[in-house]
Design a protein around this ligand. Structure first.
Ligand SMILES: Nc1ncnc2c1ncn2[C@@H]1O[C@H](COP(=O)(O)OP(=O)(O)OP(=O)(O)O)[C@@H](O)[C@H]1O
Ligand SMILES: O=C(O)c1ccc[n+]([C@@H]2O[C@H](COP(=O)([O-])O)[C@@H](O)[C@H]2O)c1
Length: 206
């Protein structure tokens, strides 16, 4: 007899895409909370080669962003990294990444982890209908903030978008870059190994 309770639960994997210029504790806390709440076996951090919506020209070298991400995740056995977007030509569209991952993780449920700011813009992403068929989204919101109350997304889409509350949401890469340029502290906003790399390579000085 086909009893749905006996069906094996699908294995779950998280993808955390971002420019990571630099990666910070907001990204790490969001990924870990998503992993815990949705029972993901691991989270793959995927630094974008060419982020589609970032217009500033002075994005750090892909190799530097990859190295900072490697250092940031090294203490978490559930976190890993992929350079597939950095190796891929052209803009880093999430639909291409999710489809590539589905070929490796056949039959798994894929959860793409983002900030709620990013998910609110999802209608502007390439092939959003296809994307919402291929994967779930986990949107990190500030404690007490309801994504549903401001959403302009179709109902069907909302069923594929899960929210989690993340306490470190005020941290941003933009603020960290400004702080470095102005000589203000960045300690405790990001892992020490990333902070050391930033100063050793003299990133964000101008
Ligand atoms: N503090 C945070 N908490 C949770 N998610 C975050 C946080 N900061 C960024 N994110 C999300 O992580 C993903 C990658 O973010 P990104 O690398 O662009 O960092 P950022 O801090 O938003 O960068 P920038 O300030 O340069 O725009 C995005 O989906 C973004 O919404
Ligand atoms: O696929 C798209 O059209 C698309 C548009 C904007 C952003 N994304 C992805 O969303 C993630 C966060 O982007 P960003 O610009 O906030 O670093 C990153 O993995 C991007 O590749 C993807």
């Amino acid at each position: 007899m086909n009893n749905s309770l006996n069906q094996p639960k699908k294995r779950r994997i998280g993808l955390m895409g971002g420019t990571f210029d630099p990666i910070h504790h907001g990204h790490l806390v969001a990924a870990e909370e998503a992993r815990y709440q949705f029972g993901m076996e691991k989270v793959i951090f995927i630094p974008a080669g060419k982020p589609p919506h970032k217009t500033r020209r002075d994005i750090s070298l892909p190799g530097h962003r990859l190295e900072m991400t490697k250092r940031a995740i090294s203490s978490n056995p559930h976190f890993t990294i992929s350079d597939l977007e950095i190796k891929r030509e052209g803009l880093s569209y999430t639909i291409d990444t999710v489809r590539a991952m589905k070929e490796v993780y056949v039959g798994w449920e894929i959860y793409f982890i983002t900030g709620s700011d990013a998910v609110l813009e999802i209608l502007t992403w390439k092939n959003v209908e296809g994307l919402l068929e291929e994967c779930f989204f986990v949107a990190a919101t500030r404690p007490g903030f309801q994504l549903g109350s401001v959403n302009h997304l179709p109902k069907g889409a909302m069923a594929k978008i899960k929210t989690i509350e993340v306490p470190a949401l005020a941290i941003s890469s933009t603020d960290i870059r400004h702080r470095v340029r102005e000589g203000r502290p960045i300690k405790y906003l990001l892992p020490e190994a990333v902070e050391k790399f930033i100063f050793r390579k003299k990133l964000y000085q101008q």
